[in-house]
Design a protein around this ligand. Structure first.
Ligand code: ATP
Ligand code: LTN
Length: 327
């Protein structure tokens, strides 16, 4: 029996090379080894205000890009969170078992809510409970996520253990799997900030659907420093970030890369990196175009994805309802 992996991604903006290198590439790689379920989490997206038309379009775009990046819907399952109603229902039940104190410790809420102050939704506070429901519905063993989501996965783990100790074995206790270093891609114009989907500043982020010219322009304008040497060095975040992107796309060793650029200038590195990124994204972009040529095709794939995972969710929820004594 293969171990079950579950992960999710929010359709809250344009997917970028940080998402690709830090998460999607890894999801593609593990799909043969694990029983993988990948979810586009539209219910999480609406914890902050969204334009309905854009949300619907982005949800399909993100799913399409996951598949175009190499996630094979015949091998892994790809679906939209709101297509499986069990996510919402289990969230409510878990809410009844999560102490306020645990939720108050969640650092992401503190950061995100600062921007919106009193306007912030109740659901944003409850975001980790929905995430716990996502994970626990599918008897998940492992959850590949970035460092920033580790605390949420640990909450899911704590809830599973608490529920199991009250009612007897119900949930598989999941564990977070954090990708190794090098996976954190920084913004091109400010390498002290993470490259992020919700950024609107042009020049910051390389999106997976950017044209070759946009990619070249953004990389040529990326912030570096006034030194000369091309070397992996975390104290020089600009040049380090460009080298990490080069490393991640080419899969070459660090010494080999430093050797290649010895005696060369930043412009040479940027030119070569731009071509590497353009060439790496080109097959993803053409698969995406093929996949979306018929707009109904992706919807069919997503309906099939939901049909495939729904029975697992239904079974877990039926057991939970029974244990809790509702219905
Ligand atoms: P948002 O700005 O909406 O928080 P995001 O771009 O940070 O979006 P998430 O939806 O939070 O993206 O993340 C999806 C996946 O991509 C996660 O596994 C996350 O760790 C990974 N990821 C996001 N940004 C980066 C980045 N800059 N470098 C590496 N991995 C990243
Ligand atoms: N919160 C995550 C997305 C997410 C997720 C999940 C990840 C929602 N549900 C379940 C793993 C498992 C994020 O912002 N990256």
């Amino acid at each position: 029996m293969k171990k079950r992996v579950f992960s999710g991604i929010q359709p809250t903006g344009d997917l970028h090379i940080g998402n690709y290198l830090g998460a999607i590439q890894h999801w593609v790689k593990i799909q043969h080894e694990y029983d993988c379920i990948y979810c586009v989490v539209d219910l999480h997206a609406i914890t902050i205000p969204q334009d309905p038309r854009i949300l619907r379009a982005k949800t399909r775009e993100v799913a399409g890009l996951l598949i175009a990046s190499g996630i094979d819907p015949q091998i892994a399952s790809v679906f939209i969170q709101s297509h499986v109603h069990e996510h919402s229902e289990l969230t409510w039940i878990l809410n009844c078992f999560i102490p306020m104190g645990w939720m108050r410790r969640m650092t992401q809420f503190k950061e995100k809510s600062q921007k919106q102050k009193e306007e912030v939704s109740t659901a944003l506070f409850d975001y980790p409970a929905l995430m716990a429901a996502d994970i626990l519905l599918y008897n998940t063993d492992e959850v590949p996520v970035g460092e920033d989501q580790k605390q949420h996965v640990e909450l899911a783990r704590d809830v599973a253990q608490r529920f199991n100790s009250v009612y007897g074995d119900t949930f598989t206790v999941p564990k977070a799997v954090i990708a190794k270093t090098g996976a954190r891609i920084m913004a091109l114009d400010d390498p002290t900030q993470k490259m992020s989907k919700s950024e609107e500043q042009p020049g910051r982020v390389i999106n997976l659907l950017d044209s070759p010219d946009d990619i070249r322009n953004k990389i040529m304008r990326a912030t570096t420093d006034s030194l000369r040497e091309i070397r992996f060095d975390e104290d020089r975040p600009g040049i380090n970030n460009l080298l990490v992107i080069y490393e991640q796309f080419t899969r070459q060793g660090r010494e080999e890369i430093e050797g290649r650029f010895e005696g060369k200038g930043y412009v040479d590195l940027k030119r070569e990196l731009a071509e590497v990124v353009v060439e790496s994204l080109s097959p993803v972009q053409s698969r995406y175009r093929e996949l979306t040529a018929d707009p109904h095709h992706i919807d069919r794939l997503l309906a099939e994805g939901a049909d495939k995972v729904r029975p697992i969710a239904e079974k877990t929820l039926a057991r939970v309802r029974d244990m809790v004594g509702i219905g």
